[in-house]
Design a protein around this ligand. Sequence first.
Ligand SMILES: [Zn+2]
Length: 281
Amino acid sequence: MRSRFWARERRPVVLAIFFGACAQILAPAFPSTATPFVAPVQYRVWWRVIESCAERSGSFERVSWYSVRHSSDLRVEGEHLIGAWFPSGNRIVLADSLRGYGPLVRHEMLHAILGDDGHPTAFFDVRCGDAVTCGRTCGAAFSDQHVAGATRLDPSDLIIDAGIIPDPPSLSQYDGWVVIGVSVTNPAPVAAVVALAHAAGLSCQWGYRLLSVTTSTRGIVDCAELQDSVLSLRPHETRRVFFDLNLVHPPLSEPFQAESVVLSAQFVDAVRESGTLVIKP
Ligand SMILES: [Zn+2]
């Protein structure tokens, strides 16, 4: 029998969007209309994503969460924001409609973990740039300037890998929520560009497969479609795309069980098996 698995509908991914996600708040004016909310359990996985990329740890419990109904309620020096971290009281305020938007929530988490209301390039660009809004674009550090003279590489020349948080994954921890990061690394000591165009008929530009070892009806393929035609990489640079998945309620698949699954990364035409994982109960 032919193995079956499902590809989710392609969706555009912008590695970093939403300028104005956050401004440096020199004189915090906590919005009077902000109302507290209980952080959903998925936030705890996102917190671990930031702890992992930043290589810093922080107390999730110490952050207080608030939302505002209208972004006009969250204003610093006349600029409307969609999220902000307030050092005073370690409070994060989010626009209500974007509370489920991981890159924004993680941007504010990175402030909280660093205890810094600025945007240090080492963290917001280099280490966690692909996990947060504004990571690659708000600072001036990242641009295509390094493309000049760059080596042209094929996707198969890159180091392609996938990882999961938490590892090992679990059906009960975080209510089954995990984040899968798919990374591509330039192995060369020089800047590189990679064409993102893929062969007609291939459905996955940058994504992953998580497939049950024993049962073909349990499996996920999720893919991001990038808006650029080339990917620019600094020497030895790694870029990542992050995917949320709930193992108990996976889209278009039977729920995963406590079982062995194979995780693979896909980048354009290249697929790399990252290894076998055992999902814990
Ligand atoms: Zn910020």
